[in-house]
Design a protein around this ligand. Structure first.
Ligand code: ADP
Ligand code: MG
Length: 232
């Protein structure tokens, strides 16, 4: 069952790569029961259109390159593409942006992915403490983590009680219970993601850092729209 994860990790290590591609990180997520947006890796404009048709509109395009870790910083992410013409234009634009900002980047392809509707965004992470080993991080996205540093940590492996406690102890917790136009978030879905992330980093100690940022949480279910994994 967990063969795909081992295969991806050993392939990266064979190539001397310290960071996984989004496609690889998300394939690992799927194997560990962490929900992600549907995706297909295209290597031509024609293929991007074909995949967008199959996945459905609106869609999202993203650059896939081992040399580009922060994709949106260089114009490597375009969201809300509404039809085939948008996809064709977006495909060209992403490649132009990459060429302009990082002409030496090795390009694997352009990822076509399901566009997740807006809702509450959370972040799930894992880091390694030299003394305690892997730790799991949780917080709400955007200003909560970036400005307010409203996050919480537990040393892995975590239990279900730990996960429930982590979710309820961040200051922004009331927002998960629903506010204004936002319905209450599925905290059980977040609990499962925290537990599965813990299982993943304990099974694979070669993972140095993991970042599911953001995970969009709905009234029912959640979807990871970006996943990053850095190896030792
Ligand atoms: P990076 O963090 O490498 O810049 P992301 O994949 O996180 O790139 O994309 C940047 C932002 O675009 C995300 O934080 C999210 O707001 C939005 N986004 C990315 N993918 C999707 C998606 N599939 N559905 C909806 N929004 C998305
Ligand atoms: Mg991101």
């Amino acid at each position: 069952m967990l063969n795909e994860t081992s295969r991806i990790l050993s392939q990266a290590s064979k190539e001397g790569r310290k960071s996984l591609l989004e496609t690889e990180a998300k394939t690992i997520c799927i194997e560990y029961g962490i929900p992600v947006t549907k995706f297909e890796l295209s290597t031509s404009e024609e293929e991007a259109v074909e995949f967008a048709d199959a996945i459905g509109f609106p869609t999202v395009l993203k650059i896939v390159s081992q040399d580009i870790i922060h994709k949106s910083d260089i114009g490597g992410v375009i969201v809300d593409l509404k039809d085939e013409a948008d996809v064709r234009q977006g495909y060209k634009r992403i490649l132009q942006n990459v060429k302009k900002h990082n002409p030496k980047a090795r390009i694997v392809g352009v990822l076509v992915q399901e566009m997740a509707p807006a809702s509450t965004e959370v972040i799930v992470g894992a880091t390694k403490d030299p003394q305690f080993g892997p730790a799991i991080m949780f917080g709400l996205g955007g200003v909560f983590v970036e400005v307010l540093k409203d996050v919480t940590f537990r040393v892995a492996p975590i239990t279900e009680d730990d996960a429930v406690e982590m979710i309820s102890e961040v200051k922004a917790y009331p927002l998960l219970k629903g506010y204004r136009n936002t319905p209450p978030a599925d905290t059980d879905a977040i609990t499962r993601i925290l537990l599965n992330t813990s299982r993943l980093v304990i099974d694979h100690m070669e993972i140095k850092e993991l970042d599911l940022n953001p995970v969009i949480v709905y009234e029912k279910g959640a979807k990871t729209v970006d996943a990053r994994i850095i190896l030792e």
